[in-house]
Write a protein of this length. Structure first.
Length: 237
């Protein structure tokens, strides 16, 4: 673990505390014009999340309707009732984005896979970056708006479902995440900047409670977010 990653993990609660927990739960509101463009407006505007920290497994409650849940793993997504009866499912869900364009619409399983892996990544980072097959290196810092942010490049292995193999995380002097750059495959590899705010300490761990995603056009940030994420409540077990 390099020096910057050690600093970041400590700022977010410390490796031992992350290792001890097994589940992160939250109430979340995920919105923004991207969902309407994909034909799924409001699908995640009021849902619960249960994320398993040590495996790529996340469940949305009240997904598409009260009493239903959306189950995400990298190899399978499904909509189930509370008794576990499967209404619809898709295996190898990442393959379902092949050939799509910005004008393509999604079904609920497209939305479930994208939101599932995204939120699992967001909630488990920076602990996720300590996995032995995730490689990290510190890049040159930069100074947006007069602040000094340290940058960490991460390269993810194929086994981890995530936006793109290479991603860059920018941290302020205290070690808190301020910006996250990537080019999501499921969006046609178009680059975005993901900003984080309103960090909260929950049971010794630190989470950004508000996130928003800005497209990058010719290297410049678009003025308005295409996705927003409000974490209304967070608990850890």
């Amino acid at each position: 673990m390099n020096e910057l990653l050690k600093h970041v993990v400590e700022a977010h609660g410390g490796f031992q505390r992350w290792y001890e927990i097994t589940v992160i739960r939250a109430a979340v509101s995920i919105n923004g014009p991207m969902w309407g463009r994909r034909g799924q407006e409001g699908i995640l505007s009021q849902v619960g999340i249960t994320a398993h920290v040590h495996q790529q497994h996340l469940v949305f409650t009240d997904f598409t309707a009260p009493g239903l849940r959306g189950v995400y793993t990298p190899r399978r997504v499904a909509v189930e009732d509370l008794d576990g009866n499967v209404l619809i499912e898709r295996h190898t869900p990442r393959e379902a984005y092949k050939g799509q364009t910005l004008a393509s619409t999604w079904d609920v399983l497209h939305a479930l896979y994208f939101a599932g892996y995204s939120m699992w990544n967001y909630l488990t980072t920076p602990y996720l970056l300590t996995h032995p097959d995730v490689t990290t290196e510190e890049l040159e810092p930069w100074q947006p708006s007069g602040e000094r942010w340290r940058r960490l490049k991460a390269v993810f292995p194929p086994r981890i479902a995530t936006h793109s193999a290479e991603q860059i995380f920018s941290y302020d002097e205290s070690g808190l995440l301020r910006r996250h750059d990537y080019a999501p495959y499921v969006m046609g590899d178009r680059p975005v900047a993901h900003r984080t705010e309103a960090h909260r300490t929950i049971s010794g761990l630190v989470f950004p409670s508000y996130r928003y995603v800005l497209p990058l056009v010719d290297g410049r940030l678009a003025p308005d977010p295409v996705i927003t994420v409000d974490l209304i409540d967070i608990t850890v077990d």
